[in-house]
Design a protein around this ligand. Structure first.
Ligand code: ADP
Length: 433
């Protein structure tokens, strides 16, 4: 296999990413922007007429992690076909670095469908959730979140996709009929030619997916170089960094995008629907100096006018600085709410209410918004009618500010549950102003 020469055409994007949630899409977009790529993030299936001039990478944000598999497949294929029509050379299916999925999918079914349409049948597809910059590593196929096995990390309490197994090959094999193999870290240490030859060996033995160990950015660089000519690559946000590096076409940093006019007026708010450990910490840090308002799905179900109460709170406090409105709760409180309402209904009520609150906040003049939670971000961004955004500065790894195409323009930051420093909700504003 040979690596493709970097394109010299300025108006053809080389990479098309399909992300299974909105914060994961932002994470990937921020990683690519940080590598000097010009990135557009799209929400939902992009229109065929979308302008892609002078864009290196298009990141499509879908909300397909928790929908029925058939819907996830249909939307992902539609996104891939649109990306193909823009002339991208490589598709990247992005899922969470903690491999968030249900026992049935949707990672396997979506990857299978993309393979069937875009990849020669005998070619192997890599599976690399590991993202060392976020402390997600894969060792002998076993996924770690920081120092913890995935199944012993806070991900075991996730409200929608509790992860109770740490073996990526086992998780994936339950979701696909194609044979799943592994490449271990010592093979990554041996360098690009060794990885390429191992991929070829596995492929000729009939393996169709290969879970690759990634303990460091160096491993991601090696893997990126080894799969630069693959039509389909899958993984977390780490491997796109490896691909971008191998591509070797870091353009100017995103100064043209970060220099776009900022919304000079308007207030700032945070909407949090993530119940992840880190989001809980970020809320506690914010609470020390700024007001917070909590919404409860059980109160919504009982008919309380939670939307009006939240907006009354916002009206009172927004003039003095950022406010935070959250449904974020402890694992115990979440399981109580789910016990009353069921998992799906609790999530649906919460997402719907937070999205309506976000819309109300914009009506109150809010122009800078942080949203915590992947599903939550999907609901909010959809409600606000954002279709595309330019990707700017990362506040911390995987967490960039975006500038929306809405009128009026807004700055939004979509934060995956466990990302960002504990002080993010207090500090992120410095980077947008
Ligand atoms: P993360 O990025 O941490 O995974 P998500 O927004 O993707 O966050 O997922 C959190 C899910 O939990 C959402 O569907 C949200 O509506 C739901 N949720 C939030 N708060 C509560 C709560 N108090 N009780 C039950 N479910 C909740």
């Amino acid at each position: 296999m040979t690596s493709p020469a970097p394109t010299t055409e300025m108006n053809v994007p080389w990479l098309g990413v399909i992300a299974d949630d909105f914060t994961g899409a932002s994470d990937v977009a921020g990683t690519l922007a940080g590598a000097g790529m010009r990135v557009v993030q799209v929400f939902g299936i992009p229109a065929p007429s979308m302008q892609t001039h002078d864009v290196d990478c298009i990141v499509v944000s879908l909300k397909t992690r928790n929908v029925p598999s058939a819907a996830a497949v249909e939307q992902s294929l539609a996104a891939a076909r649109a990306l193909n029509s823009y002339g991208v050379q490589q598709l990247y299916f992005k899922y969470c670095s903690t491999f968030d999925s249900t026992p049935e999918g949707n990672i396997g079914p979506v990857a299978d469908a993309l393979r069937q349409e875009f990849v020669p049948a005998s070619q192997i597809t890599v599976v690399a959730p590991g993202t060392p910059a976020l402390r997600r590593t894969v060792y002998n196929g076993v996924l770690f979140a920081g120092a913890d096995l995935l199944q012993e990390s806070s991900m075991r309490h996730h409200p929608l996709t509790p992860m109770t197994d740490s073996s990526v090959p086992r998780l994936l094999q339950a979701q696909t009929e194609y044979p799943v193999g592994q490449i271990n870290y010592d093979e990554l240490e041996a360098g690009v030619p060794a990885v390429r030859s191992r991929l070829q060996d596995l492929s000729s033995q009939g393996t169709r997916y290969v879970v690759v160990d990634t303990l460091s950015d160096r491993h991601l660089g090696t893997l990126g170089a080894a799969v630069l000519d693959h039509p389909l690559v899958t993984g977390g946000s780490g491997l796109v960094g490896g691909l971008a590096k191998a591509r070797g076409r870091g353009l100017q940093p995103q100064s043209d995008l970060t220099a776009r006019p900022r919304p000079t007026s308007g207030s700032s708010a945070i909407i949090a629907g993530s119940c992840s450990e880190r989001t809980n910490e970020q809320i506690e840090a914010f609470r020390q100096s700024r007001p917070c308002f909590r919404i409860d799905p059980v109160a919504i179900a009982q008919g309380h006018n939670v939307l009006a109460d939240a907006l009354d709170f916002a009206r009172e406090h927004l003039p003095d600085g950022p406010v935070l409105i959250h449904s974020t709760a402890s694992p115990h409180e979440v399981s109580e709410a789910q016990g009353h309402l069921g998992r799906a209904r609790a999530a649906e009520l919460t997402e719907h209410c937070l999205a309506a609150i976000a819309e109300g906040l914009v009506g109150l003049g809010c122009r800078q918004l942080i949203v915590a939670g992947g599903e939550t971000s999907g609901a909010v961004v959809h409600r606000l009618g954002v279709t595309t955004a330019h990707v700017g500065k990362e506040v911390s790894p995987g967490v960039p500010w975006l500038r929306t195409d809405t009128d009026p323009e807004m700055a939004i930051l979509l934060k995956s549950g466990n990302l960002g420093e504990p002080g993010l909700f207090l500090d992120a504003w410095e980077h947008v102003r």
